[in-house]
Design a protein around this ligand. Structure first.
Ligand code: DX5
Ligand code: ZN
Length: 224
């Protein structure tokens, strides 16, 4: 996102994957006034080894927060669930190119359902996978870990990928957000933002901190 003076404004999206799911409402409340978005990781045990939550939990979260719900679908055949997540109140729906043989059609389906349209790349997937869809999306999510788990280490090769993508999106008439997900900590958030990220997802660095709200504020200070 770009501020009114043309400066880049970096958003912070805490990932509830690292929150205590038995106390989700209380966990969300901790970051409610500090965060820009809430990142929700949906995993199916097929595309990624882990299993997390579905539309019911997104709908329940929707009632407990005013933050936009940024829903990251790490599931096979995501087209089957787009309508359900849209009804549940997702503000954005992001699918992985690796799960979509008919990517263009799936992105159109999200557009028609209402949420912002997101597309994601695994660490080993080249940027060329986006060549013919980039003008049609509202956000690109670059994975900087292999998806499936919180608390992994940032893969350094993601930095060059982010920088190259940032160059490409800036050439578009309405550049999509460039979201980066995985291994983002207070120690490296500035570097990731400097490479061109406009949304930083952070799970363990925020919900694993003693004071999640302070962690969001500190991350914002460091990238500001
Ligand atoms: C991983 C998920 C991430 C995860 C990031 O597959 O997509 O959103 O929550 O967690 P951290 O910030 O701990 O790497
Ligand atoms: Zn995620």
């Amino acid at each position: 996102m770009w501020g009114q003076g043309g400066e880049k404004v970096v958003k912070i999206a805490p990932s509830v994957l690292s929150a205590d799911f038995a106390s989700l409402a209380e966990e969300i409340a901790k970051v409610e006034t500090a965060a820009d978005l809430l990142h929700v990781d949906v995993m199916d045990g097929h595309f990624v080894p882990n299993i997390t939550v579905g539309p019911l939990v997104v709908e329940a979260m929707r009632k407990r927060t005013r933050l936009p719900l940024d829903v990251h679908l790490m599931i096979e055949a995501p087209e089957r669930y787009i309508a359900a997540f849209a009804r549940a109140g997702a503000a954005s729906l992001t699918v992985h190119v690796e799960t979509c043989p008919h990517l263009h059609r799936t992105l159109q389906q999200i557009r028609e359902a209402g949420p912002k349209v997101g597309v994601s790349l695994n660490p080993a997937t080249p940027l060329a996978a986006l060549d013919y869809v980039l003008p049609d999306v509202d956000l690109v999510l670059v994975m900087s870990v292999n998806p499936g788990f919180g608390g992994q280490r940032f893969i350094p090769a993601a930095l060059g990928k982010i920088a190259e993508l940032a160059q490409r999106v800036r050439a578009l008439p309405s550049p999509p957000e460039l979201e980066v997900d995985g291994g983002i900590k207070l120690e490296n958030c500035r570097e990731v933002a400097a490479a061109g990220a406009t949304i930083l997802v952070a799970g363990s660095a925020i919900f694993g901190a003693a004071d999640p709200r302070a962690a969001v504020e500190e991350m914002r200070r460091r990238v500001g």
